[in-house]
Design a protein around this ligand. Structure first.
Ligand code: GLA
Length: 414
């Protein structure tokens, strides 16, 4: 055997070894980068077993908050049927405070003009009517609107909130100074979480750090929900962008910890009726908090009807707590061409299925029962918006207007 043949064989051998090593490396990278469901830490005192439902002042009212607004909003939710459907959280956002802490006690002070009876009186008003009170603070030196922040005052502030009877704390991310490590970043939220637990009052901690440091990877066990994006605006483009970011995080949502794509804009006037219905459909499929960001006292009957779809709410609140998974169509990546199929497994074995045409032209979207994870030969297909039930051998399809989403609950027959 000549020297040249030996060295060529050796070269082939090394090339083969090299290929195997590269292939192994690719496999390792793929496995490591796949989203894996995180370890499920039980929620403290069963907090956040299902996504919260209620109202928040910020998107419609900004800094224009006071006791009358809060109490009249609760009254409106009692009168218009929303409370009975589960909307019981009444959450005051930024700007409820006086500009300075109490000089003697160091405690936070509610703005005396906006909340002349103090915050415990507001909590009493809400609790007496079956609602909960949510309040807002910030893990920095000042809130986003410039009021005193809780950084370094966590224990005192948590005790103050507990004394007032607060049930939810939205905890924001402005004015935190220079933080060099992710651990420092997280520590601010952990400090408030520990302080709230130390009060002995179960207080839902809604972390609002806008998805900057991937809170879905660390927040479970610290808070019960985490904002995944920057603020939603009252437009289809904003709602769609936020959906696209939040939908991919399905593996991280579940009882005790929810992805929060921000408030519902239904009733604020910036989206068409179709787009508003789409927002409700997508948020329910994503097991998102259903927090109305509108003026509840002035909702039109059509907007109220969207908020009041009991079957959509039941899908959002389903005890299994799964967030819908995007399904690929004909081997194309999920959402390719702006056409989405989502499948949310439900506690009773059925599936909620969304067909969403995010494009600006009419489109037909089709999938099958087997592609959305159902087994069987016959299925009941319930249209959540039309309120009608049909049967199918497996094909699921809808002709959709631009920006429209069909919402089905599909159950395998016997
Ligand atoms: C941030 C939050 C908003 C709202 C404002 C209040 O922007 O993301 O949801 O709470 O602060 O200042």
């Amino acid at each position: 055997m000549s020297l040249r043949v030996v060295s060529r064989r050796r070269a082939i051998l090394w090339a083969a070894i090299g290929t195997v090593v590269v292939a192994l490396l690719v496999v390792v990278v793929l496995v490591v980068s796949r989203p894996t469901p995180p370890h499920r830490t039980p929620a403290p005192a069963g907090l956040g077993a299902t996504p919260p439902m209620g109202w928040n002042s910020w998107n419609h009212f900004g800094c224009d908050v006071d006791a009358h607004l809060v109490e009249s909003t609760a009254d409106a939710m009692a009168a218009n049927g929303m409370q009975r459907l589960g909307y019981t959280a009444v959450n005051i956002d930024d700007c409820w405070m006086a500009p300075q802490r109490d000089p003697h006690t160091g405690e936070l002070v509610p703005d005396p003009t906006k909340f002349p009876q103090g915050m415990a009186a507001v909590a009493d008003y809400l609790h007496a009517r079956g609602f909960t009170l949510g309040i807002y603070e910030d893990a920095g030196t000042r809130t986003c609107a410039g009021f005193p922040g809780s950084l370094g005052h966590e224990r005192l502030d948590a005790r103050t909130f507990a004394r007032w009877g607060v049930d939810t704390l939205k905890y924001d991310n402005c004015n935190h100074g220079t933080l060099t490590t992710t651990a420092q970043y997280i520590a601010r939220y952990r400090a408030m979480s520990d302080a709230l637990r130390a009060t002995g009052r179960p207080i839902f901690l809604a972390i609002c750090e806008w998805g900057v440091n991937r809170p879905w990877t660390w927040d479970r066990g610290i808070g019960q929900s985490w904002r995944t994006t920057h603020d939603i605006k009252d437009s289809y483009a904003s709602m769609l962008a936020i959906f696209q970011q939040n939908v991919r995080l399905w593996a991280y949502a579940g009882p005790g910890g929810w992805n929060d794509p921000d408030m519902l804009e239904i009733g604020n006037g910036g989206m068409t009726p179709t787009e508003q219905r789409t927002e409700f459909t997508l948020w329910a499929a994503m097991a998102a908090p259903l927090i109305a960001g509108a003026d509840i006292r002035a909702l039109s009957p059509d907007d109220l009807a969207i908020y009041s779809n009991a079957e959509a709410i039941a899908i959002d609140q389903d005890a299994r707590g799964a967030q819908a998974v995007p399904v690929s169509q004909d081997g194309r990546p999920e959402g390719a061409g702006g056409l989405w199929v989502l499948s949310k497994p439900l506690a009773d074995g059925s599936r909620a299925v969304v067909l969403f045409n995010s494009t600006d032209s009419p489109q037909t979207i089709s999938t099958t029962a087997s592609d959305v994870g159902l087994r069987g030969a016959d299925f009941d297909i319930r249209d959540v918006w039309a309120g009608t039930t049909a049967t199918t051998k497996g094909s699921i399809s809808a002709a959709l207007a631009p920006h429209e989403a069909a919402f089905f609950r599909i159950t395998a027959g016997d």
